[in-house]
Design a protein around this ligand. Structure first.
Ligand code: GLU
Length: 448
């Protein structure tokens, strides 16, 4: 798997110590594979224990979250904050509330967040947190009580200079609102203690749209390089959360044809292009039941089968749901159906075997989440700036800055590809570019 003895040793130590943390090991392995050739070239790295410092979080906080449901039953969940790296600034990254949450998933997310944030070029370190609690099917009151209990503990470990959480799966403006309210009660007013706040509560315009829009801006830059454009391209987009929905909006506004979408219940294919108005109506008024769409539009078909396993002709795939949603088999299926471009809206949505298949396929170009989905946390960074100067920028101002950040990230990946002869391997380039910056930072800081 690895040829460099130092890389081998670091990875096998992790495997022994964290044998069950499969997502964490997967993220580290992908990363080490990408940067291994740089380790070959710099013998000092081993002596300086650069890799050991890079792969281990600075700190992990784990806590119990007791809360009472509407029936009066007391429930206990687990809360976490993984503070991975403060090299570039306060730990920065979202909170995920989902039953799947565990230490492995948050460690992989915090690890990747660190490199993503380095690529953005704003002063933000990397972190991630959350709880094995899902707001799905819970009343507003229950969610509020959970958020209050979670924040009562988390508040001891964060503030705007140390660690600034935001949203992720299961944590949107509603949850951030409750979390921020509790933070204020416990610790006092501190505008940038959280980002992704509702606009009315000192949030940034454009934050909600940022990850999905940013993904499309990155895709635009990537296509332009191939003398192609989004207009008239057929897209498959998984996930109907904040990322997927905003990606759909932006893609359609640029003339793209979104032919298939999905949520946790199933997938929907409309060969004529998804009618976004009808889709939103279903999300808001029909319990997100996508089968309702096919009842209204006979040419469309709903299926419980994964969107990635269906036979759908398309040009572009945008996985925006969650980690490891695309397997090797599904990667082959996409290629067989004509897909030539993929950009990750979710974090690590393609498993290692799927990535191998993409990399072995001629003329298949893909962008990693670390680069392509950086728009969300980038605008979080802009929210912190606005809070600090007590100003609110207009939607257009924020959107302009987002476009320029995404374009710059693409250019960084491209320049790195050129420098190291990487062809169009943007995933390797993203890792290489951020790794180089981090190594410089480690050396600047001394023993950290
Ligand atoms: N959860 C988002 C991500 O994966 C955004 C985090 C943030 O805004 O801090 O990058």
């Amino acid at each position: 798997m690895f040829h460099n003895p130092y890389v081998k040793k670091v990875y096998s130590n992790l495997q022994t110590k964290f044998a069950h943390q499969t997502e964490y090991l997967q993220a580290v392995k992908e990363f080490l594979s990408a940067i291994e050739f740089l380790i070959d070239q710099d013998k000092n790295m081993k002596k300086e224990a650069i890799l050991e410092r890079l792969v281990s979080p600075e700190r992990i906080i784990t806590f119990r979250v007791p809360w009472q449901d509407d029936q009066g039953q007391v429930n206990i969940n687990w809360g976490y904050r993984v503070q991975h790296s403060s090299l570039l600034g306060p730990y920065k990254g979202g909170l995920r509330f989902d039953t799947s949450v565990n230490e492995s998933i948050l460690k992989f997310l915090a690890f990747e967040q660190t490199f993503k944030n380095v690529l953005i070029g704003l002063p933000m370190g990397g972190g991630k947190g959350g709880a094995d609690f899902s707001p799905r099917g819970r009343s507003d009151q229950e969610i509020m009580r959970f958020c209050q209990s979670f924040m009562t503990e988390l508040a001891k470990h964060i503030n705007e200079k140390i660690d600034v959480p935001a949203g992720d799966i299961g944590v949107g403006q509603r949850e951030i609102g409750y979390l921020y309210g509790q933070y204020k009660r416990v610790k006092g007013i501190e505008l940038a203690s959280l980002t992704g706040k509702p606009v009315l509560a000192n949030g940034s315009l454009g934050r909600e749209e940022a990850t999905g829009y940013g993904l499309i801006y990155f895709l635009q830059a990537m296509l332009e390089e191939e003398n192609e454009q989004i207009s008239q391209k057929r897209l498959i987009i998984s996930g109907l959360g904040n990322v997927g929905l905003n990606a759909i909006h932006k893609a359609v506004s640029l003339g793209g044809i979104v032919v298939a979408v999905s949520n946790s219940q199933g997938s929907l294919y409309d060969p004529q292009g998804i009618n976004v108005e009808l889709l939103e109506n279903i999300i808001n008024h029909h319990n997100k039941d996508l089968s309702f769409y096919s009842k209204m539009r006979p040419q469309a078909s709903f299926s419980k089968v994964s969107i990635w396993s269906r036979s759908i002709q398309a040009d572009i795939a945008l996985p925006c749901a969650t980690q490891n949603e695309i397997s090797a088999h599904q990667a082959k299926n996409l290629i067989a159906n004509g897909v030539r471009y993929l950009a990750e809206g979710a974090n690590m949505p393609c498993n290692s075997e799927a990535i191998q298949i993409f990399n072995q396929t001629d003329n298949f170009i893909w962008a990693p989440g670390k680069a392509a989905n950086a728009g969300g946390v980038a605008v979080s960074g802009l929210e912190m700036s606005q809070n600090a100067i007590r100003l609110q920028w207009s939607f257009d101002e924020v959107d302009q800055k987002l476009q320029s950040i995404m374009f710059t990230i693409f250019k960084t990946c491209q320049a790195t590809c050129q420098e190291y002869n990487l062809g169009k391997q943007y995933a390797v380039a993203a890792d290489v570019a951020s790794f180089k910056k981090i190594v410089d930072l480690i050396r600047l800081h001394g023993l950290v």
